[in-house]
Design a binder for this molecule. Structure first.
Ligand SMILES: *Cc1c(COP(=O)(O)O)cnc(C)c1O
Length: 386
C-alpha cells in the first residue's frame, strides 16, 4: 500500500465496537485488576501515552519510513529531546546556521550550562563544517531547507562525513513533513518534526515527533523523555493523528499554490529574488531535486521596498495573508523576517538587495492570493509616489 492509503487505514480497530477513529483517552490514571498487572502492564500511566499516541507513533513511522517514533508536546521539545538524547557533558554539537532559532538558542544557552559546547556551520558549505569538527563532536544537527532562508544542505555528504567519525546526525524535517523527504533514507540517524505545522495542519494544536531506525537511539529517547517528564497531551495527539489522514492531499495543494505564487512573484519588478528550492533559479535546486520528491507551501522572497515605510505599506496592503508566526495550517501567512536572522556564516540571500519576506501558501483559491499580494505591491507603489 502507498503512504496515503496506509495513513488512512492505520487503525484496524480493537475490541467489539469498531469506529473509524480511536477514542481519545483523557487519562492520567490507568486502572489494573490486580497487583501483578499493576507493576507489569504498559502503559502503566497516562504520561506514557495511550491508544491515540500509539496510532500517531505508527503514522509517523509510516511517514518517515522509521522503525521508532517518540512524541513530544511541541516541535521545539522534539528538537531539544533529539539533541539531548545524544550528548553528555564534555561533548560538542554542530548545528547548521539555518536551524530553527529556538533550537539554536537551546544549544547556545541551555546546553552550555550542561557542559556541552556548540558551534554553527554554514548549511551549504561542507568545508566550513569540516573545519569546525572537534574530536568530541557527537552530533551534527541540520534543518533542510532552513525555514527562513531555504538553503538545502548536502545531507548525503554531511552524513558520509559524520559516519566516518561516528557522529550522529539529526535533521529537522518539518518543511517536507515526511511527505517530500525521508531523512532516514538519506542516512540521517534522527528525523524530527514539529507536528504543529503540516501534520496538525489547522493551527489549533501543538505536537512534536522524533523518529529513528536505531534501537539504541530510541532507548535513549525513551529515557530522556521519561527523565524530563516530556509527554504529548491526548487531545493534541488526536489532532495530529487526524491531520495525518489528509496530510498528503493537503500538501499537494500547498505545493501547487506556492509554486504559482513563486512564479508570479518572480515576474514582479520589485522582487529581487524568489527563494524557493523547487524553482530552477534556486542555488540548491539540484540538491532539492536529488533528495526531495516535492515542495511544501513555505518559501521566501526579497522585496526591494527601498525603505521600512514602503515595507510597511506593502504589509498594510495585504489582507488575506495574515501576519503571524508558524505555518503549515490551512491559512496563508506571511512575515518580514530580517529581524529574526542571527546568522554567523555567509547568508547567500543577502547577496541581493531587499527585505526578506516569508510566505506560507494556504489552501485558499490561488487567484485570490495573487490578487492579495498585488494589493501589497499597489499599496507600496502608491506610498512611494505620495
Ligand atoms: C515551528 C517549528 C519548530 C517548533 O515547533 P513548535 O511546535 O512551535 O514548538 C521546530 N522546527 C521548525 C522547522 C519549525 O518550523
Amino acid at each position: 500500500m502507498k503512504k496515503p492509503t496506509k495513513l488512512i487505514h492505520n487503525n484496524a480497530g480493537t475490541g467489539t465496537r469498531r469506529t473509524v477513529n480511536p477514542p481519545i483517552e483523557r487519562a492520567s490514571t490507568v486502572l489494573f485488576p490486580d497487583r501483578k498487572t499493576l507493576y507489569s502492564a504498559t502503559p502503566g500511566y497516562g504520561r506514557m501515552g495511550l491508544g491515540v499516541h500509539r496510532e500517531l507513533e505508527a503514522a509517523m513511522c509510516t511517514l518517515e519510513g522509521a522503525a521508532h517514533a517518540r512524541l513530544t508536546p511541541n516541535g521545539l521539545s522534539a528538537c531539544t529531546v533529539a539533541i539531548g538524547s545524544l550528548v553528555e557533558a564534555g561533548d560538542h554539537v554542530l548545528i547548521s546556521d539555518s536551524i530553527y532559532g529556538p533550537t539554536r538558542r537551546f544549544c547556545e544557552r541551555r546546553l552550555k550550562t550542561m557542559g556541552i559546547d556548540s558551534d554553527r556551520f554554514s548549511p551549504r558549505n561542507i568545508g566550513d563544517l569540516q573545519s569546525k569538527l572537534r574530536d568530541n563532536t557527537k552530533v551534527i544537527a541540520l534543518e533542510s531547507p532552513g525555514s527562513l532562508t531555504f538553503e538545502i544542505s548536502d545531507t548525503r555528504a554531511i552524513v558520509a562525513l559524520a559516519k566516518s567519525r561516528s557522529i550522529r546526525t539529526i535533521m529537522d524535517n518539518t518543511w517536507a513533513a515526511g511527505v517530500f523527504c525521508q531523512p532516514l533514507s538519506l542516512g540521517v540517524d534522527v528525523s524530527v518534526q514539529a507536528l504543529t505545522k503540516y501534520v496538525v495542519g489547522h493551527a489549533d494544536a501543538f505536537g512534536g515527533a522524533v523518529m529513528t531506525n536505531d534501537p539504541a537511539i530510541y532507548t535513549s529517547l525513551e529515557n530522556i523523555t521519561e527523565d524530563w517528564g516530556i509527554a504529548l497531551a491526548p487531545d493534541d495527539a488526536y489532532a495530529a493523528l487526524r491531520g495525518t489522514r489528509t496530510l498528503t492531499t493537503r500538501l499537494r495543494e500547498h505545493e501547487t499554490t506556492a509554486l504559482v505564487l513563486a512564479e508570479w512573484l518572480e515576474s514582479q519588478e520589485n522582487v529581487t529574488q524568489v527563494i524557493h528550492p523547487a524553482l530552477p533559479s534556486h542555488p540548491d535546486h539540484a540538491l532539492w531535486q536529488r533528495d526531495f520528491s516535492g515542495s511544501s507551501g513555505l518559501f521566501a522572497f526579497l522585496l526591494n521596498a527601498g525603505s521600512k515605510d514602503s515595507l510597511d505599506a506593502f504589509i498594510d496592503g495585504i489582507k488575506l495573508f495574515k501576519l503571524g508566526f508558524s505555518w503549515g495550517g490551512f491559512e496563508s501567512l506571511f512575515i518580514p523576517c530580517d529581524d529574526q536572522l542571527t546568522r554567523l556564516s555567509g547568508d547567500w540571500s543577502r547577496s541581493k538587495d531587499g527585505y526578506l519576506i516569508r510566505l506560507h501558501a494556504g489552501l485558499e483559491d490561488v487567484g485570490d492570493l495573487v490578487a492579495d499580494l498585488k494589493g501589497g505591491f499597489d499599496s507600496m507603489a502608491s506610498a512611494k509616489t505620495t
